[in-house]
Write a protein that binds this ligand. Structure first.
Ligand code: FAD
Ligand code: SF4
Length: 543
């Protein structure tokens, strides 16, 4: 193999995990190759077009997966530089302190992590700085302890959301400002990169003001001469040496041609489903069940959260433009009348009639879809699903991804909905009183297919980390137990998923694994300044 194809580190995937890691390792001077199957998201007006994005699914992959019965599955996922962070709602939460321990749920046990919250805490702070998170500490009653304040103040509520926050507070709840990765400077709107628009959650940002892994990580990383990015580079297989202990070759399809690259260290970060698929496809005689899979856990324990979008229709209109500013965690760990964890309440971006028409919700009496869109508060409810070994990713004979999933812990989600319904009924307005609230209406999340299985936005858990090689595929540094130079840094490593969005935890963990890799490569570990920029060499590595 020519030296041009040999690297110190190969990173596969440029999303929350791979992108963040690439940014962290870029100043090391090591030869780094980043392989991304997608291209850059084209900058075009359709970026902000609800029909193109939500109805025509213009930017979703056209790849076909299967469910257990062999039926077609059109996954709601995106293959681009920056991965799914190009499309995410940028609600950037830390897991709660207790999420790292074992928790009893109504539906079973959420297992503990092999690291504590305290071990990840400094990396959460660094990730919040890097991704410019806007938030207020001290408002969320379940918030874990944090070493630093958020780098930016919280994004303010618009009038209708502020009114709801006041109502919730009057009803005894503790609404708080959602921590958000948008580059909004409310004090200086003229110079603010973010214009606070209504096409953020689920849309790519046309003006590059969303804190995504392309803009904040990959773009700066490729400025370093030692970093090479290949786009449209689909990794097909990982080949090991004859001992089976090292990945020796990364086989890539580019422009219809197979190419081979080698790296002293190979990091897989394709998203939890594709990473598991890649390891399973890379089976060989030393790894007959798939690479790094002597434990037989690769592909298993798939989690994706139980999510609902619920529209609360009121007589009062909701003219909010940027709706995703409010969250409620009062029911996260349980309530007086339901002692088990229920989850997290927040918002999706403001729904519009075009998107609603495709999702076909039940119509509120006396309302049209247009009116519903003008009057709805559009909640996003998240409950934890538990790691079930039978919920899994496999590969069929044709090489296609098969996703098998039976939802669990659903009672917790029903209870969460009931609590929201009660809280809404308590809300009052000066014009209509309690009658203002007309009820909660479910919107089918999965426009077009309406198949819950296709909603894989929060995918995680398929290559879990842990101390025991019999029950986990990765060690605490996210290195494969079975191989010496293979790491995984996307959402695959979660042993349990908590009930907040996974992005920040993936980013923080990528920085943590990045520090480990710098030590392994004998490179000084670089500290981040408070504003997220790299400052000085803070620590020299140990031998
Ligand atoms: C609409 C939407 C809204 C969301 N909102 C939020 C939110 O508000 N907050 C939050 O925390 N999370 C949110 N998420 C989830 C969040 O985006 C993901 O958790 C996160 O991006 C996962 O990071 P990852 O590194 O695991 O994978 P990804 O970000 O998916 O990155 C994987 C990358 O690997 C590439 N790849 C895959 N296979 C291969 C291969 N074989 N060869 C080469 N490259 C490959 C892909 O193209 C992709 O770029 C949202 C997701 C979606 C879709
Ligand atoms: S301008 Fe701001 S609100 Fe609009 S998509 Fe970009 S980051 Fe989101």
């Amino acid at each position: 193999m020519s030296r041009d194809n040999q690297f110190d580190v190969i990173i596969i995937g440029t999303g929350a995990g791979g992108g963040t890691l690439a940014y962290h390792l870029a100043p090391s001077g090591k030869r780094i190759l980043i392989l991304e199957r997608g291209d850059y998201v084209p900058r075009e007006k359709d970026n902000w077009n609800p029909k193109a994005v939500n109805v025509d699914a213009k930017y979703n992959t056209k790849e076909l997966w299967r469910d257990l019965d062999g039926k077609e599955l059109h996954p709601h996922t995106n293959y681009y530089v920056g991965g799914n962070t190009k499309f995410y709602g940028a609600a950037l939460f830390r897991l709660r302190n207790k999420d790292f321990g074992e928790i009893r749920h109504h539906g079973g046990i959420s297992p503990s992590w092999p690291i504590s919250y305290d071990e990840l805490e400094p990396y959460y702070t660094r990730a919040e700085n890097l991704y410019q998170v806007h938030g207020n500490r001290g408002e969320d009653p379940t918030e874990p302890p944090a070493g630093k304040t958020y780098p930016w103040p919280a994004v303010n509520h618009e009038h209708r959301i502020q009114q709801l926050a006041d109502d919730f507070r009057a009803a005894g709840l503790n609404p708080f400002h959602t921590p958000l990765g948008v580059m909004l400077d409310e004090k200086n709107p003229r110079l603010s990169p973010c214009i606070r628009c209504n096409t953020c959650d689920g849309f790519p940002c046309l003006v590059h003001a969303k804190s995504d892994a392309q803009v904040l990580c990959i773009d700066p990383a490729v400025q370093y001469p030692n970093v090479t990015l290949l786009t449209n580079a689909l990794v097909k297989r990982l080949e090991t040496d004859s001992s089976g202990r090292e990945v020796r070759e990364v086989i890539v399809e580019r422009n219809g041609v197979l190419e081979s690259y080698s790296g002293s260290i190979v990091v897989v970060s394709c998203g939890a489903i594709n990473s598991a698929a890649l390891l399973l496809r890379s089976a060989n005689d030393k790894h007959p069940n798939g690479l790094a899979n002597s434990s037989d856990v690769v592909g298993r324990h798939y989690m994706g959260h139980t999510n609902s979008v619920l529209m609360a229709i009121s007589k009062c209109p909701n003219p909010t433009i940027f709706q995703k500013t409010l969250s409620v965690n009062d029911f996260y760990f349980g309530s007086k009348d339901f002692e088990y964890p229920m989850g997290h309440i927040s918002f999706v971006g403001k729904l519009d009639a075009i998107t609603l028409r495709a999702g076909a919700p039940a119509i509120a009496p006396g309302f049209t879809l247009e009116l519903m869109a003008k009057h709805s508060l559009d909640f996003w409810l998240t409950s934890e699903d538990l790691p079930d070994p039978n919920n899994r990713v496999t590969i069929n004979r044709e090489g296609e991804i098969v996703l098998t999933y039976t939802p669990n812990n659903l009672k917790a989600h029903d209870q969460l909905k009931a609590h929201l319904q009660r809280a809404m009924k308590q809300s009052t307005c000066s014009i209509h009183g309690h009658e203002c609230h007309q009820g909660l209406f479910a919107r089918s999340l999965y426009v077009g297919q309406r198949i819950p299985l296709a909603g894989v936005a929060h995918q995680n858990g398929t290559i879990r980390f842990g101390g025991d090689p019999k029950t986990s595929a990765l060690d605490v540094n996210c290195k494969a137990h079975d191989l010496d130079n293979l790491y995984v840094v996307d959402g695959s490593f979660f042993p349990s998923s908590g009930a907040v969005n996974p992005g920040l935890t993936i980013m923080a963990n990528a920085l943590r694994v990045g520090d480990h890799l710098l030590q392994r490569l004998r490179v000084p570990v670089v500290e981040y300044a408070a504003n997220g920029s790299k400052s000085s060499v803070a620590q020299t590595v140990m031998g």
